[in-house]
Design a protein. Structure first.
Length: 443
């Protein structure tokens, strides 16, 4: 450690032998380690079992964890900073890439903050709001499926993994049909959504819901009745309500303590208070309780999706973008086999209008709209908890500052308290029960 290093701490660096371990017993590495000396192990940063490029510094006394600390920053993308150099609408294409497992939640928090700054929250067409809710709940199911699938894989339940990714593909197929992309959609836009449903959109969603209603009970039958699965999860990663509140943890981790905090109910937005669904809680604040919360939440999300489908069927043909032409994104995208772009009909409409209309279209796309000076915070309930966006405007066509409160970043604080005192094999289960996505942590 250099004395001239301005970032170096005051503590002396630890010293001692360093070993590269590839799975052997301690006594085959160095006989002295079998005597119970405390050792430090680096878990990661690599993808398997750490849900992305997460580094864990774990101190061990034999196989027991005495201290665990998370090292982050290996997936830093500079998304928040990059958004300062793009228009308000272009910012959606950046923030959707943070939590890449739940991209619609990223878009939702950002778009809500921008609309709050613009003062147009009450002008968003109801069809656009119902489309947003439809996509958010489908995304909640696909995200929980990834959590259960990868968590099962990490403890050896490979059938759970194959089933989870099989069913997630059905939802990604719907996303591709509606938005043109399977992830990183940039579908939510300030003022509405990028485009309406395709002609077969609702029918695709209905077929997917019918299939998932048959398959979701398989996860309960496969996991809840499996003694190996339940014994690996029960009592592991225990964290009571007081600890969750002290650390600011939200989402399934919080609701597993029995506390029914869900922004869709406690601070409803976009018409969620008009949907019929239950907030799922559990009375075991451990890895198993979080698994059960996510399992039941997928069923509740299916209920919301079914209601959204019926509402969208009744509002066919209604607008999906705010009426204010100074804000409304003028493009009408077309999703087809050749990719995504303006539909020929819309191009003909643009070219057939006046020169002034064509100039307005050009300037709105290239320069963007101006947002009044001010700041706003907006939050939604993502699959991992509260994701919030603090947006600041200086009156220009680009954000002055955008900062996100990502639930993966906040919830990752629980790793230490959930792991310490347990076995090293339980560290993986604890992390899986938090369900962090490192793209959201390091954004």
């Amino acid at each position: 450690m250099s004395a001239a290093d301005p970032y170096a701490g005051a503590a002396d660096a630890g010293s001692g032998p360093v070993f590269t371990v590839t799975g052997q017993d301690w006594d085959t590495i160095d006989p002295s380690l079998a005597d119970g000396d405390q050792i430090v192990v680096n878990m990661g940063p690599q993808h398997p079992s750490t849900h992305g490029v997460l580094r864990l510094i774990v101190e061990l006394d034999g196989e027991s964890v005495t201290d665990a600390r998370a090292g982050i920053g290996y997936l830093h993308t500079g998304i928040e900073k990059n958004m300062e150099f793009r228009t308000w609408t272009q910012g959606v294409t950046f923030c959707t890439r943070m939590d890449y497992v739940a991209p619609f939640s990223n878009e939702a928090a950002y778009v809500m903050a921008v609309e709050r700054l613009l003062g147009i929250e009450g002008q968003i067409p109801q069809r656009a709001l119902d489309l947003r809710i439809l996509m958010l709940e489908l995304n909640r199911i696909s995200s929980h499926l990834v959590c259960i699938a990868t968590g099962g894989m990490e403890i050896g339940a490979l059938t759970v993994m194959t089933c989870g990714f099989r069913d997630r593909e059905l939802i990604l197929n719907c996303f591709e049909a509606i938005t043109g992309l399977r992830m990183n959609h940039a579908y939510f836009r300030p003022g509405g959504v990028a485009q309406d449903l395709p002609d077969d959109g609702l029918e695709r969603v209905r077929e997917t819901v019918a299939t998932l209603k048959k398959r979701l009970p398989e996860y309960a039958a496969l996991c809840n009745a499996n003694p190996i699965f339940t014994r690996r999860l029960k009592g592991v990663g225990h964290l009571e309500l007081a600890g969750c509140l002290a650390l600011g943890l939200t989402g399934p981790v919080l609701r597993a303590t029995g506390y029914d905090w869900d922004l869709r109910r406690t601070q409803p937005y976009w018409g969620y208070d008009g949907y019929d669904f239950d907030v799922v809680t559990w009375d075991e604040p451990d890895a198993y309780g979080r698994f059960r919360v996510r399992l039941d939440e997928m069923t509740q999300s299916l209920r919301i999706v079914e209601q959204a489908v019926e509402r969208l069927a009744d509002t066919h043909g209604q607008p999906t973008m705010v009426a204010d032409k100074k804000i409304a994104w003028p493009a009408r995208l077309s999703v087809g086999g050749d990719g995504q772009g303006n539909s020929p009909e819309h191009v003909a409409h643009i070219m057939g209008e006046s020169m002034e209309a064509l100039i307005h279209h050009f300037k709105l796309v290239t320069e963007g709209f101006r947002v009044p000076p001010g700041q706003a915070y907006a939050a939604v309930e993502s699959p991992r908890g509260e994701i919030g966006c603090h947006a600041v405007s200086d009156g220009g066509t680009r954000p002055y500052r955008v900062h996100f409160r990502d639930p993966s970043f906040v919830n990752l604080q629980g790793t230490s308290v959930m792991s310490e005192g347990g076995m090293i094999s339980d560290v993986i289960v604890a992390i899986a029960s938090i369900d962090p996505v490192m793209g959201g942590v390091d954004r």
